[in-house]
Ligand binder design. Sequence first.
Ligand SMILES: [Zn+2]
Length: 376
Amino acid sequence: MATGFMTDTLFFWHDTGTAALMLPADPLHGVEPDAHVESGRTKRRGFELLDVTGLLDMMTRVRARPAWIGELLRVHTDAYVQRVAQASAQPRGGDAGDGFTPLGRGSDEIARLAAGGVLDLVTAVASENLTNGFALVRPPGHHAVADAGMGFCVFNNAALAARHAQIQLGLRRVAIVDLDTHHGNGGQQLFYDDPTVMHISIHEAGSFPPDSGWIEETGAGTGEGYTINVPLPLGSGHAAWLYAMNQVVLPALKRFQPDLIIVPVGFDGGCFEPLARQALVVDSYRQMASLLTKAADRLCDGRVVAISEGGYNPEMAPWCMVGFVEGLIGRNGNLSDPLAGITAGYAAAPMLPHQQDVIDRAARLVPRITATVPAG
Ligand SMILES: [Zn+2]
């Protein structure tokens, strides 16, 4: 049994244009044009590093294919799907919603290719041809809501994967464990009142979106209790994230008894990351992936599908991705991490009391979860 891997060269060609970090370039107001922070560069370097390290050869390739309109409509509105297509057909593209989600020419086709590839990866994992899988995609998805793109995200790949697993593959309980360093607001909103999809997000408090992802957001209606947020303070690092995994994520998974675990994972928690202020190291990602695969072995025949989200440091994010993939494959620590020497202090930094307090508060929400899912 192998780990599946899905990517496509076109994902690196999704054109986010010029910007300064994420600010739209505007020479008239002092914003000098530069490459957009969410360009193809970092993820292309990640792909190349998977190749150079030999990890690519250890995985079974799953080809991308475009998502059908009907698949997109399980999560997104018809008006939104049409709006993305129209904007992306323009010679200079457009924006998917919030002014921070640029679409280049052809980005609709590329986003649909990413979503469809993720769905086929889920199918391959669920059919037991593959143990687990990793999708390296652009554009990312976890901020996208039903009727709008947000924060560089166009179609919500993780949410589409969850609905595909339920509707197409007959899996009843899906757990989404969002490990991007920004809040998984899209998945949370889409499944807020749905007890069949448990949504847990560990992220930097108040980062993006700045007004969501708080511990008080726990679901609604029959979905009450099936949303858990761990909004970590600025500067939380390896010890805090692993503590959150052990105190919140793993116990919640054990109670929920998922049939599939979907992991939107951003590699933007690294200590050199430009768009967040967490302090993870490469080994943090390796260990988080390892914990998830072991939990999946116990709970759901190993079924974990991880989908790339953010990650904007072109040098560190690719190594964080490599660490995560090593954890998925089960090759823990076999590759030397060239950053280990200069990040040793971050790796060893203890969790601070105000960080532990947040995680302990989230852990007290876990007993509200049960595996009792109403008949769908
Ligand atoms: Zn992010």
